[in-house]
Design a protein around this ligand. Sequence first.
Ligand SMILES: [Zn+2]
Length: 87
Amino acid sequence: MELRKCKNCGAFINSEADFCTTCANTLSYNNTILKGYFDGTTASLDSISTVSSHTGVSPSIVENYMVNNNMVDSSTLEKTSFANLPY
Ligand SMILES: [Zn+2]
């Protein structure tokens, strides 16, 4: 059986999930916050850093959310990526 690692924290997981239970719960909660933030506003025009500072959600999670919801073009992310910055 293939050993999988949580995509967020790197913990080993033994299910088909991409994330461990802890991270899955955190991401689910953050996605709820982001959904509430973007719903009914023009906030999709905000930059990732702006959304992050307004919601308290880490930039990498905001970025993933916006990519998954086609709110940003992934080709534009190179200059806005926070992946290498500690947060
Ligand atoms: Zn994890």
